[in-house]
Design a protein around this ligand. Structure first.
Ligand SMILES: O=C(O)c1cc(C(=O)O)c2c(n1)C(=O)C(=O)c1cc(C(=O)O)[nH]c1-2
Length: 236
């Protein structure tokens, strides 16, 4: 192929379908096949390991609304902001004792942690802290549409979360049902959120450069998630 054609192929804007396919092609980098998740789903985790997982995931959960607030702060599009602010409400709730974060705390309690030891973050590993903090910093400092694209890991998470509910109920029957509310309520919103996030990214990445940056953002986020599980796996 002549050099000019090669250059064109590398710089021309992808169609929405091509772009979406590039994003979806990152699925193998997602954390569903991580050895720690495989052990979790196969029922091979001890109570100690489940506690370490829940306490470290807490650090991720509490960062999500701060990441979303950074996106709101950087986004000039009122339509996007209107849709996006719902995410913060979902996680934080509208009052004490409500919201996704609260439900994660209930899961942590159901696996045997006290609320106090989750909230004071004594079990949070350095690797978790570095990875999750990098995600929040990314959202604060990169163009807002890249930060939105980084959240597209959720596009891969629905099947994993549905499977997790089945596998955890089966393999860890000692976990009280109230502990699973986080996942049951999350599954109800995730399909709609995933679709609208892809739409926002496709509509707002108008150049090939922006499209490539969005793909890179999603790859970065896959690495953030894997780094959290690497840390937990190493210490468990
Ligand atoms: O349980 C999971 O495997 C899983 C994965 C992800 C993800 O892929 O980022 C999220 C969640 N859960 C989740 O519950 C959640 O609220 C969430 C928000 C985000 C995000 O980046 O904005 N990802 C995820």
């Amino acid at each position: 192929m002549p050099t000019s054609e090669l250059t064109d192929a590398a710089t021309s804007v992808l169609t929405p379908d091509e772009f979406t396919a590039r994003l979806r092609a990152l699925a193998p980098r997602y954390w569903d096949r991580h050895p720690f998740h495989l052990r979790l789903h196969e029922g091979r985790l001890s109570r100690h390991e489940l506690r370490l997982w829940a306490a470290n995931r807490w650090y991720y959960q509490r960062a999500i609304p701060r990441k979303d607030a950074a996106i709101l702060a950087n986004c000039p599009d009122v339509e996007v902001r209107r849709a996006w602010r719902e995410r913060i409400v979902w996680h934080d709730g509208s009052g004490p004792g409500e919201g996704g974060a609260e439900n994660w705390l209930r899961l942590a309690e159901a696996v045997g942690l006290t609320r106090e030891e989750v909230l004071d973050e004594r079990h949070v590993l350095p690797g978790t802290r570095f990875a999750v903090d990098a995600y929040v910093t990314f959202a604060r400092t990169r163009p807002w549409v890249e930060a939105v694209a980084s959240g597209l890991t959720e596009m891969f998470s629905r099947g994993l979360m549905a499977r997790r509910l089945v596998d955890m109920r089966r393999h860890y029957p000692w976990i009280a049902e109230a502990g699973f509310t986080y996942f049951t309520t999350r599954l109800q919103v995730i399909a709609d959120e995933g679709r609208s996030t892809v739409d926002i990214v496709v509509r707002n990445c108008r150049t090939r450069e922006q499209q490539e940056a969005a793909v890179a953002a999603l790859a970065f986020k896959c690495d953030v998630l894997r780094a959290v599980l690497d840390a937990v796996d190493y210490y468990s």
